[in-house]
Ligand binder design. Structure first.
Ligand SMILES: Nc1ncnc2c1ncn2[C@@H]1O[C@H](COP(=O)(O)OP(=O)(O)OP(=O)(O)O)[C@@H](O)[C@H]1O
Ligand SMILES: [Mg+2]
Length: 450
């Protein structure tokens, strides 16, 4: 158990002796300082309470208290005052001291006050500790967004983080799959163990196994010493298999085995090693279709997909665009020392109208580019790449000119009315309050056919 540290700052040896008698039990540790410099070197933040005399040669209790408080804002102090110096005591309490006691004091009263302060301090410490651990868990500081879709995902992450279960994270490229995988790991009880990403897409099939399971010296030409694989390195932690759809059938079989048996065998070794890793996997393609076409093992699919988290594309959660853009703008202007104050209305409108096939990564890149290229302190559309700007024009072009759009509307109304009247033009003309000849002309010009 931690000893209770009592720090007495007083120059009188009589008081020292009294304190030594009062705090004689082994649960207390008494530190005694006679002046300012001793007080400073004896004081550490784990001191539970300081008993401070007002009159210290060359200084004052108040002054020393203020000094100590600079380094230890949580300091708890009780002031000893001489008879008639009550004002000083009041001032001390105003400055954050906890209590005061008049000299000569009653030993029992002193001890009582000290114990009470220590008890309160301990409670406060526990509270801040508790708050801190609560904040440590489920902190998604780096995940930006306020859309209900994202909130749902974060709730899900929170509830599955500690479960140890494998999780399959799906979503288009750039939607934040790796970010979510990291969030799951860092909110799990494995958070102090390794998080090892493993991207299977650019690794030659022949290297998969040695990378994943490691090898023994001499397992093949060039294997000059033993090498640990990802599974062993991540032992106790999490492996994030990115682009899982690219795994070869042989590797799929081997990974399935590890998931089932929780053991690995390095290449060229006849030893089997136990490993404890959690697997998170991600894919941006529809893995089920690969299962149907026989390219991905069904049993592995179900093993991985015990819990599935799908990240919606950015265009389905456009509410997140302004805050993401703002965060990236601030980050990149700070990193690149560009004095950017904000975004123009038009700039933001362009961001909102674009459909972001590359999702958040594309938005991130666009914001970096804009910050670097922009003239002046307000981001304007000139700093955006052509494909984002032309989107609006393109949408208009796809719809056609004003006349084309009006014709399209006329065509729709006429076809609907003809349908309602079994394509009898005379009846349709009546409904539309048109002369039959006018309707006939329109049908011909608009190329309407049954
Ligand atoms: N909600 C978010 N808040 C802040 N940054 C985000 C968010 N989502 C994604 N990002 C950032 O966008 C970039 C792309 O995210 P990430 O690499 O996790 O996506 P991914 O789905 O793994 O993409 P890919 O399929 O291309 O590998 C990263 O820099 C990431 O930090
Ligand atoms: Mg990724």
């Amino acid at each position: 158990m931690k000893r209770k540290i009592v720090h007495l700052v007083d120059d009188e040896s009589i008081i020292h002796d009294i304190f030594k008698k009062i705090f004689v039990e082994s649960e207390y540790q008494l530190r005694i300082s006679e002046n300012k410099s001793q007080a400073k070197s004896n004081h550490t933040p784990d001191v539970d309470v300081v008993i401070m005399d007002q009159m210290i040669p060359g200084s004052s209790g108040m002054e020393i208290f203020k000094e100590l408080k600079k380094d230890d804002p949580e300091i708890k102090a009780i002031f000893l005052t001489a008879f008639g110096t009550i004002e000083a005591a009041i001032e001390a309490i105003k400055q954050g001291a906890l209590d005061y006691l008049q000299k000569p004091f009653n030993n029992i009263e002193l001890k009582h006050k000290v114990d009470r302060v220590i008890k309160e301090k301990k409670l406060n410490r526990e509270n801040t500790q508790l708050k801190k651990t609560l904040n440590d868990r489920f902190s998604f500081d780096n995940i930006i967004g306020r859309s209900p879709l994202l909130k749902k995902i974060l709730n899900m992450v929170e509830s599955v983080a500690d479960s140890n279960s494998t999780i399959l994270i799906t979503g288009e490229s750039g939607t934040g799959k790796e970010l979510i995988a990291k969030a799951i790991h860092s909110n799990s009880n494995r958070k102090n163990m390794p998080f090892s990403p493993f991207n299977s897409s650019n690794i030659p099939a022949t290297l998969f196994e040695s990378l994943l399971f490691g090898y023994k010296k001499g397992a093949y030409t060039g294997a000059a010493s033993d090498k640990k694989g990802v599974f062993e390195e991540a032992d106790g932690g999490t492996i994030f298999f990115d682009e899982i759809a690219n795994l070869t059938p042989e590797t799929q079989a081997k990974i399935l085995r590890v998931l089932q048996e929780k053991e690995i065998q390095p290449l060229g070794s006849n030893q089997i090693k136990k490993v404890d890793v959690r697997i998170l996997a991600a894919t941006n393609i529809d893995l089920m279709s690969k299962v149907k076409s026989g390219e991905f093992r069904e049993d592995l699919y179900y093993r991985l997909n015990i819990i599935g988290i799908h990240l919606p594309p950015l265009r389905d959660r456009k509410e997140d665009i302004p805050i993401l853009a703002d965060t990236f703008m601030k980050r990149y202007s700070r990193e690149n020392k560009k004095p950017i104050k904000g975004m123009s209305q038009k700039f933001l409108r362009q961001l909102m109208e674009y459909n972001w096939p590359g999702n958040i990564r594309e938005l991130q890149n666009a914001m970096l580019r804009a910050v670097l290229l922009n003239q002046g302190d307000l981001l304007t559309p000139d700093a955006l790449p052509q494909e984002i700007l032309s989107k609006k024009k393109q949408q208009r072009k796809e719809k056609g000119s004003f006349n084309d759009q009006v014709d399209a509307f006329k065509r729709q109304v006429i076809v609907e009315t003809l349908e309602e009247n079994s394509w009898i033009q005379k009846k349709a003309a009546e409904d539309l309050q048109l002369k039959p000849s006018t309707l006939y002309e329109l049908i011909k010009r608009l190329g309407i056919q049954k």
